[in-house]
Design a protein around this ligand. Structure first.
Ligand SMILES: Nc1ncnc2c1ncn2[C@@H]1O[C@H](COP(=O)(O)OP(=O)(O)O)[C@@H](O)[C@H]1O
Ligand SMILES: [Mg+2]
Length: 349
């Protein structure tokens, strides 16, 4: 039986795209039969669909028609470019593209269906995220970016609604609609103001992979502090992105390690040269900080060592020298120091 075969729609409901371009449940685009709309973005609508020859459920993004002919041509160019770039990107951290077509003048992109929420939806449910989870999310985005950057592609629109959370608990970067070579095709300001790097605001286009890292910094800031670095009108946000410092006040009830804040600060540096330089550096920094937090928690949860003399005896192996494992040795040393302190207090003259 084909996977998810129960999702196969009823063949009676099949119909092609209507002459007036109407699209709805049951419409057929290429080899896909649309089932239900699952998302909407700036470029088009995304549908859950049934791929009739592969026998699997897929996601189909359909380009929204524009009223203006010039805008339509530009959007089509971008959509074709998205399909071309996404088909080259082959990594579990990037949404896989299966096909591209133009049916009844309706361009569409067939992708793997991610059956989880977007990071935006996830954050709306839990505005402040646990420190280690936030670092892991940022690290996973870094993995996807490292793969894109390796292809010479800058995403240019990293934001929570373009990050999908796979039920296997890893993230997938989607929407390469603005992606392209580091020098923008149209040279226009593209992207979402809240996540736009200062150099993009000042120079008017993303020309640098480090701009994607700034956007990850904004996501991490929002995950940890439950708010965006800058809010207000588009003009005010763009001004702040270029010239103002974010508010680093930590909300009540939130505890953050200095090392975690340092990672965010390095991502949000205004000057690209002072920012983290690559996605690999981001992955490394998140990994190290998670390990540091794990170690700290492990040390804090170590049961206090009893100072009773019996419990402090080192097991002696008569045939060879016994070496305590590092953690045990640490416990022993701490216990020993405690006894010395107690003795010196008790026998102080
Ligand atoms: N492969 C996918 N699987 C499941 N949902 C998706 C997929 N791709 C996109 N979506 C949903 O559709 C929304 C819009 O998709 P997106 O590619 O960002 O479109 P746009 O280019 O118009 O912004 C996303 O926020 C998400 O909710
Ligand atoms: Mg989008």
């Amino acid at each position: 039986m084909a996977p998810f075969a129960s999702e196969k729609p009823n063949a009676d409901s099949w119909q092609g795209v209507q002459g007036d371009g109407w699209i709805g449940p049951g419409s057929i685009l290429g080899r896909c039969q649309l089932v239900s709309q699952i998302g909407e973005g700036s470029m088009g609508t995304v549908w859950k669909a049934w791929h009739t020859t592969l026998g699997i459920s897929v996601a189909v993004k359909i380009l929204r028609p524009c009223r203006d002919r010039e805008a339509e041509i530009r959007a089509l160019q971008r959509f074709r470019q998205e399909a071309h770039i996404a088909s080259r990107a082959d990594h579990p951290s990037l949404v896989r593209v299966l096909d591209y077509g133009e049916d009844h003048h309706r361009p569409y992109l067939v992708m793997e269906l991610v059956r989880g929420p977007t990071l935006e939806e996830w954050m709306r449910q839990a505005p402040v995220c646990e420190e280690r989870t936030a670092l892991k999310v940022a690290g996973h985005i870094g993995i996807g970016l490292a793969n894109l950057h390796q292809l010479g592609v800058v995403h240019r629109d990293i934001k929570p609604s373009n990050i999908l959370i796979h039920p296997g608990r890893h993230v997938k970067i989607s929407d390469l609609g603005l992606a392209g070579s580091p020098v923008g095709l149209d040279g226009q300001l593209a992207g979402t103001p809240h996540y736009l790097a200062p150099e993009c605001v000042l120079r008017g286009c993303h020309d640098d992979a480090r701009s994607d890292l700034y956007a990850v910094g904004v996501i991490l800031y929002r995950l940890l502090l439950g708010r965006l670095p800058f809010e207000g009108s588009t003009k005010a946000i763009l001004h702040a992105q270029a010239w103002e410092r974010p508010d680093w006040t930590i909300p009540e009830g939130v505890r953050l390690d200095a090392g975690t804040l340092y990672v965010v600060r390095r991502l949000l540096e205004k000057e690209p040269l002072r920012r983290m330089q690559s996605a690999l550096e981001l992955i490394q920094a998140c990994r190290e900080q998670v390990h540091r937090l794990d170690r700290r928690e492990q040390m804090a949860s170590d049961t206090p060592v009893s100072v009773a003399p019996e419990s402090m005896r080192i097991p002696v192996d008569k045939n060879r020298t016994t070496r305590l494992p590092v953690r045990e040795a640490g416990r022993f040393r701490r216990g020993f120091e405690r006894v010395v302190r107690w003795l010196s207090r008790t026998f102080a003259p």
